[in-house]
Design a binder for this molecule. Structure first.
Ligand SMILES: [Zn+2]
Ligand SMILES: [Zn+2]
Length: 343
C-alpha cells in the first residue's frame, strides 16, 4: 500500500501505532514509521509527540537510535516554526558525533533546506571526517563508501556546488559513485537554476522539483528503515492457509506459481529503482492474529501486503537478492543462482 492523501497517511500512522501496542519490542521501528506518515500528512505536532515518547527517559524501552530520533525531531520542528529548538538539537546531534550516517544526513539537509548552506556543508564534512576520512593529500578516500554513507557524499557535493566550492577528493568520489542518469555536476549546477531567471519559470520550476525529488528520495529511504518486503508462504503453511481459507486460492493457484511470482515481483521492484528489498515468511497463526488485530477476516486479500509490511517492520525480513552462492530464499536447498536466481 502506498498512501497518498493526508487521510491515508494518518490512517497508516494510527495502524502502526496500534501495531506498536501489540509488539512492544518493535515500538521504535513502528513509531518512527508512524511519525514519518504524520509528517507527510502535515500533522507535525503529532509527529513531535511520537519522537518525544521514544526519547522519554521513562520510556518502557530505551531507544536504540536516540541520535537519529533527535535529528528527525529537529528537522520536523524546524518545518513548523520551532527554529531555535531545532538548531539547539542539531548542535547536540553534531556534538554527539554518531557513527550512523543517517542523523548527520537529516541534520545537514535540515540546515540546507533552511538556506544555512555553510553550516550544512560543515555538518556533512564533520560526518565524513569521522566516518570516511580522506587520506592526506591527493587521492580518493581509503575505503569505499557504504550504501548508508553515500547520501553524505552526494549532499555535500550538492551544497558545495551551491556554495561555488572547488571539488575535493570527496566530491570526486561522489561523482564517481553516482548512478544518476544526469551527471552529478550537472544535476547540482547552481547556474542551471539561477541563470534561468524569470523568462522561463516552467524550466526553473522543473529544475527545482528535480533537486527536491532527489532530496526527497534520500529522506524517504532514511525514514523507511525496514525493507519493502514481499510475502512468502512455505509449502506446508500455504497448504494450511488454503485449507482454512479456500477463497485465497485465487491469490495462490499453486505453491510453484507463488514462488515464481515472488521472484518476479522483486525483480520488477528492483528494476524500477526500489532500494532495500526483502522477503518475509508468513505463518497461518501469526496471519490470523494479525487479521484479528485489524478487525478483519483472513480472507480479505488486501490484508496480505499489510501483513508483509508489519512483519518487515518487526525486523522479520531477509534481504533480497541473496548473496552470490547463498542458499535460495525459497528453502529448496539449492543456491540462489541455481534456483530462483537463474536469469
Ligand atoms: Zn562533481
Ligand atoms: Zn528457489
Amino acid at each position: 500500500m502506498r498512501p497518498d492523501t493526508p487521510a491515508d497517511h494518518i490512517a497508516e500512522a494510527e495502524r502502526l501505532e496500534r501495531t506498536a501496542g501489540l509488539y512492544p519490542e518493535d515500538t521504535e521501528h513502528l513509531l518512527l514509521q508512524a511519525a514519518a506518515h504524520l509528517e507527510l500528512a502535515g500533522e507535525r505536532d503529532r509527529a513531535t509527540t511520537l519522537y518525544d515518547r521514544l526519547l522519554a527517559p521513562d520510556a518502557p524501552q530505551r531507544a536504540s537510535a536516540p541520535t537519529l530520533i533527535r535529528a528527525l525531531k529537529a528537522s520536523n520542528l524546524w518545518e513548523y516554526g520551532h527554529e531555535a529548538e531545532a538548531r539547539a538539537i542539531i548542535d547536540g546531534v553534531r556534538a554527539a558525533a554518531p557513527r550512523d550516517p543517517a542523523p548527520w544526513v537529516i541534520a545537514a539537509e535540515s540546515l540546507e533546506s533552511h538556506d544555512e548552506l555553510a553550516q550544512a556543508q560543515e555538518t556533512f564534512t564533520e560526518a565524513l571526517e569521522l566516518l570516511l576520512p580522506q587520506p592526506g593529500g591527493e587521492g580518493a578516500p581509503a575505503s569505499a563508501p557504504s550504501y548508508e554513507q553515500r547520501p553524505l557524499l552526494f549532499g555535500r557535493h550538492r551544497v558545495r556546488r551551491l556554495l561555488g566550492a572547488e571539488h575535493d577528493a570527496w566530491d570526486a568520489l561522489a561523482d564517481e559513485i553516482s548512478s544518476s542518469p544526469v551527471p552529478l555536476d550537472e544535476l547540482h549546477d547552481p547556474k542551471r537554476i539561477w541563470s534561468l531567471g524569470s523568462d522561463n519559470p516552467a524550466e526553473l520550476r522543473a529544475e527545482i522539483s528535480r533537486i527536491q525529488a532527489e532530496l526527497g528520495s534520500y529522506r524517504e529511504a532514511l525514514s523507511r528503515p525496514f525493507p519493502v518486503a514481499v510475502l512468502h508462504w512455505p509449502s506446508a503453511e500455504l497448504t494450511e492457509l488454503l485449507t482454512a481459507y479456500p477463497s485465497l486460492e485465487s491469490e495462490y493457484p499453486s505453491h510453484e506459481a507463488h514462488l515464481s511470482t515472488i521472484e518476479a515481483s522483486l525483480r520488477e521492484l528492483a528494476s524500477s529503482g526500489t532500494p532495500n528489498l526483502g522477503i518475509v515468511t508468513g505463518t497461518v497463526p501469526s496471519y490470523e492474529a494479525f487479521a484479528a488485530s485489524e478487525g478483519a477476516q483472513p480472507t480479505d486479500v488486501s490484508l496480505l501486503p499489510q501483513y508483509a509490511t508489519t512483519l518487515a517492520a518487526r525486523g522479520r525480513a531477509a534481504g533480497w537478492p541473496p548473496e552470490a552462492g547463498a542458499g535460495c530464499w525459497c528453502g529448496s536447498g539449492r543456491t540462489y543462482g541455481d534456483c530462483h536466481g537463474v536469469s
